[in-house]
Design a protein around this ligand. Structure first.
Ligand code: GAL
Length: 656
């Protein structure tokens, strides 16, 4: 595992470059990411390039044996480019051009912008592609499924639709434009979604527009990656991603890139409400699952965050080290901290790095240097992998469709995935978060929450898994929509009826209202947001509602189907239900449970085939003690121990 930092040499006086690199090397930094937003410095005038300063920076880092991740600076075109080609500016959903002076405001579909983006990328790769100091490349920054309504995007979207549906009649039919007299008589009438809340707009159009934008973003990343690889075929290329409102389809985005990288800003203020999900373990597992491989953190929490919003509290002692090692536990093999020193100028001056404005190294840099020392002892983990018995399916289409049409007050797609993730994690299980098309055959348990939008390959994949003996958990809002985001005119959960062995006779979107369910053993749990009323055909009730007009109707069912079993959770419950449910499922499927883990303590097991390493992370503000069944060797403290004692955000790793 390597630890690095994000650095913006162009923002500092050049007299600081050497001392910064020297201190980085002394601290244990192995890699630096540079060049992300520096287009104007690299190409001050159209076609006039200045690489002298970057040559010098890279030279300084190689002197200190610090590897360089070089970025295409394409997130921030220089002002001369906007002046010469105003058509490259992104047009917002309100039909107005974004203002210059910010970032990310270029239209990635503009052919003119693309020519310039490829030219600067090409210039960078012919200069540095064979430089041994440059070990990886980052495309742009935090690419999104951008909304742009410029003429180019509109045309491309219309052709994309015609390509998909062949005729305008088919588009009208699929979008149901007959509703509210929105029939298109000419393709030019098709517009991307507007600034109105999407819930007021055509759901089929909105979902297709998301798919279109996601595809375009992936194509953009691929085209720049190809520009790099044509000159430097061995270059390792990525882009840094994150969870944002317009999160792209991660699977598509990284399909053509060499590895996944993620910007990881876990919370500095832990929620008081124990029902709130705060652990980034789920996000990290999702990032690992995109390619089913190790990934990088390209930006890691280093100080108080702010700028776009009032500043957060500063990371508590232990968080800089602990959150980095939590990422390692879940499969990150490189963690790059954002940023070395806090900017003194520009909009981001309150998003803190490891060193404050004063440039006086303080507590956070000290903790970071301890992290570098700790990581230097963890070489043995590098060759291990995470093998999971449990998978949770994440689908970008479903995620988006629920954003387009919220289902009930408080109902969020990711919440249900996280509820299961948290429940299985409470027993120390490794969990993969995977695509609906992933190979599921080796999992003992697969959770497929809210399979809302129909996708043939996903439905087949799930059926195949159960037919071959798997244990599947499905939840409410499954089988609701066809692949175009229209409701299916069949009894719910439509295509999954047979698999779950039950029909939904009615549903009640209770939102913040509450109901109670009672499981087969008489345990009572509170549920909220959504209640499916189930009528079993072949299934048996696992839990029933205990109040409301559907009292005594099943809320959770279990169905044997071919060689497998399918559970269906028709409601959304408080965490005690998921914990009890997960325990039963693990018992049934023979997945070992680590019992008595204190709240907030997370376990990940990594193996090299010979030895297992158990990583304990205390993701809580309380001290925690965990008894071990026998004395085991800690590779952090180099001693044998029969109990693990962790301060808040501490980590320990034992060899089993
Ligand atoms: C990230 C972004 C960085 C920086 C950071 C802190 O989202 O990639 O460039 O802006 O947030 O603001």
């Amino acid at each position: 595992m390597k630890i690095g930092v994000d650095y913006y040499p162009e923002q500092w006086d050049k007299s600081m470059w050497n001392s910064d690199a020297e201190l980085m090397a002394k601290t244990g930094v192995k890699l630096v990411r540079i060049g992300e937003f520096a287009w104007a410095k690299l190409e001050p005038k159209d076609g006039e390039f200045d690489f002298a300063w970057l040559d010098e920076v890279i030279q300084i880092f190689s002197k200190y044996s610090i590897e360089v991740v070089l970025c295409t600076p394409t997130n921030c075109p220089p002002l001369w480019l906007y002046e010469a080609h105003p058509e490259i500016i992104r047009i917002g959903a309100d039909g107005k051009p974004l203002q210059i002076g910010i970032r990310g405001h270029r239209c990635i579909n503009s052919p003119v912008f693309m020519e310039y983006a490829k030219r600067i990328t090409h210039q960078l790769v012919i200069r540095y592609g064979s430089n041994p100091a440059v070990t990886a490349w980052q495309i742009d920054n935090e690419l999104e499924a951008y909304h742009c309504s410029c003429d180019v995007c509109k045309e491309k979207f219309r052709s994309w639709l015609l390509d998909k549906y062949d005729t305008l009649e088919n588009i009208n039919e699929t979008f149901g434009t007959v509703v509210w007299s929105n029939e298109y008589s000419d393709v030019s009438q098709i517009q991307p979604p507007t600034a109105y809340p999407q819930a007021w707009q055509n759901p089929a159009l909105c979902l297709d527009y998301y798919r279109f934008s996601s595809e375009r973003t992936a194509m953009y990343a691929k085209e720049l990656a190809m520009t790099i690889k044509r000159e430097a075929p061995k270059a390792k290329v990525t882009t840094n991603t994150w969870f944002c409102e317009d999160a792209p389809d991660f699977y598509k985005l990284f399909n053509e890139l060499d590895f996944v990288s993620y910007d990881n800003y876990p919370p500095v203020k832990l929620p008081k409400d124990s029902e709130e999900f705060y652990s980034h373990a789920f996000h990290l597992d999702l990032m690992r699952g995109i390619k089913g491989e190790k990934f990088w953190i390209m930006e890691q929490l280093s100080g108080a965050t702010g700028s776009w919003a009032p500043m957060s509290p500063t990371p508590q002692p232990g968080m800089i080290m602990g959150y980095s090692l939590q990422a390692l536990a879940h499969g990150a093999d490189t963690v790059v901290h954002f940023r070395w020193r806090t900017a003194t100028k520009g909009a981001e001056m309150h998003w803190h790095g490891l060193i404050d404005h004063s440039n006086v190294p303080g507590r956070r840099l000290f903790e970071f240097s301890e992290l570098c020392k700790t990581v230097s002892k963890l070489g043995v983990i590098d060759t291990t992998e995470i093998i999971s018995d449990i998978a949770i399916i994440y689908s970008p289409d479903n995620d988006r469709a629920f954003k387009i049409q919220p289902q009930a007050e408080g109902f969020y797609y990711l919440e249900q995935l996280k509820a299961f993730h948290k429940a299985f994690s409470a027993y120390g299980a490794n969990i993969d978060v995977v695509s609906p098309d992933a190979d599921l055959s080796h999992y003992k348990v697969v959770v497929a929450p809210c399979m809302y939008i129909y996708k043939k390959s996903a439905a087949e994949n799930i059926y195949r898994y159960v037919i071959n003996g798997g244990t599947l958990i499905m939840t409410n809002r499954s089988g609701v929509k066809d692949s175009s985001n229209n409701c299916i005119s069949e009894v719910l959960p439509t295509v999954y009826k047979e698999l779950i062995g039950a029909e939904i006779t009615e549903y009640d979107p209770i939102g913040s209202g509450e109901r109670t369910i009672v499981d087969f053993a008489g345990n009572r749990f509170t549920c909220r947001e959504w209640c499916d009323v189930l009528n079993p055909t072949t299934a048996k009730a696992y839990a029933e509602y205990d109040d409301g007009f559907y009292r005594c109707c099943p809320a959770v069912t279990m169905n044997r189907y071919c060689s497998g079993v399918t559970y269906y959770v028709g409601t959304v419950c408080n965490s005690d239900f998921y914990k009890s449910f997960a325990a039963n499922i693990m018992k049934q499927t023979g997945i070992p449970r680590f019992k008595g883990l204190p709240d907030g303590v997370e376990i990940t097991t990594r193996t090299n085939g010979l030895d297992d390493y158990i990583i304990f992370f205390n993701n809580s503000e309380q001290n925690a003690t965990i008894g071990l069944p026998k004395a085991m060797y800690s590779i952090i403290d180099s001693v044998g121990k029969d109990k693990i004692e962790l301060k808040p955000f501490d980590i320990d790793i034992i060899r089993k």
